[in-house]
Design a protein around this ligand. Structure first.
Ligand code: ZN
Length: 119
């Protein structure tokens, strides 16, 4: 267990504990691992989660990815479509239109997640 709390100093290669801010061997300040993890968490998005979220509720996958405006646009579009087409289409047809929207939204969320991960 104690091995997991150690790392190697990038300057002199000495094995030191994570909590050290300064290498006891060479005296150089250590890059904080917390900062690195925060940057990674910001960039890595799960495309399948985004896809699933948008399948569940149109636009939510985009909001998860930080594209709030885009997500709300999808959500507003599907709601507006439902209001406009109510009475024009049967319930089954409305559900079908909603399904098409959620698939387009899910595909879009999946694509955006991959784009974010590549950048
Ligand atoms: Zn060192």
């Amino acid at each position: 267990m104690s091995e997991e709390k150690t790392k190697y100093c990038p300057y002199c290669g000495a094995q030191i504990e994570y909590r050290y801010g300064v290498c006891p061997s060479c005296g150089k300040p250590q890059p904080t691992m917390e900062g690195v993890e925060r940057v990674q968490a910001k960039h890595v998005k799960n495309p399948l989660l985004a896809l699933f979220l948008s399948l569940l509720v149109t636009g939510i996958g985009q909001i998860y990815l930080g594209r709030v405006g885009r997500g709300l646009f999808f959500l507003a579009s599907v709601l507006l479509m439902g209001i406009l087409l109510e009475g024009v289409l049967t319930f089954d047809q409305l559900m079908l239109v909603g399904l098409v929207f959620s698939i387009i939204s899910a595909w879009d969320a999946y694509r955006i997640a991959n784009e974010i991960n590549r950048s």
